[in-house]
Every structure is written in structure tokens, then in C-alpha cells.
Design a protein around this ligand. Sequence first.
Ligand SMILES: N[C@@H](CCC(=O)N[C@@H](CS)C(=O)NCC(=O)O)C(=O)O
Length: 123
Amino acid sequence: MRALRWVIGRGILGLNAVFAPKKAQHSTERQAWLDQQTLSLALYEYEACPFCVKVRRTMRRQGLNIKTINAKQAEHKTALAEQGGKVQVPCLRIEENQQVQWLYESKSIIQYLEQRFAAPVNA
Ligand SMILES: N[C@@H](CCC(=O)N[C@@H](CS)C(=O)NCC(=O)O)C(=O)O
């Protein structure tokens, strides 16, 4: 079962690499603004999890350089369980005004990123 999961995971990563979405190209100013904004975000993930791949593809499409954290590592897994509430990836850690929110579910994360970082009309 573990071996099968590994094979499927590699397949997903391979397909993702071959069919990688185009990375958004922003003006220097907008990229600097995005980079500043995304400093307070972190994506807890597993490399080959299909839901995480979906979120990373959105990040790439939007040109978002969000830090990714391998939730398989014990310390991060513990943080996710104790602070987020459960061990499930992807999970976006959002720090705002000294408050931390843990956003689960790939669909919700994608919706959040698309709404928050929607391209300006004249971009
Ligand atoms: N509905 C969730 C599904 C996420 C999910 O099933 N993630 C799996 C990894 S692919 C997980 O975190 N499983 C718990 C574990 O591996 O400990 C989503 O769309 O984000």
C-alpha cells in the first residue's frame, strides 16, 4: 500500500512538472508587494499530496512565493496538530495583526489566495 502510494505520488509530481502552469510575471513593484504580503503565510504540505499540488499550482499561476513547510517533519506535524487542530494538508498558516489562522481544505485555500491576490484590473 505504501509502495503504491509512493508510485502514485511520483506520477502526480511527474505530471505536475510536465504540465506546470505558466508562472505569473508581475512588474517589479507588484512582485515586491506580493512578496511582502506573503511573508506572513506558510503552506503546510506533503510534496506528493495531490491537494497540495493543486494549491502549489495556484501559487505558481499567481506568482506567489509562499514558504512551504514539510508537515512530515515531526516538529511541523506537531505544530499543525496542536495549533491548527488536526494533521491534514494542505493547510495555510495565516498570520495577521498578531493573530494566527489555520486554513484547511485545498478549495478554501485556493479561494482565499485568488480573492486576496486577484490581479489588479490594469495589470
Ligand atoms: N479535502 C481535503 C483533503 C486533504 C487530504 O486528504 N490530505 C491528506 C494528504 S493527501 C492528509 O492530510 N492526510 C492526513 C495524513 O496524511 O496524516 C483537501 O482538499 O484539502
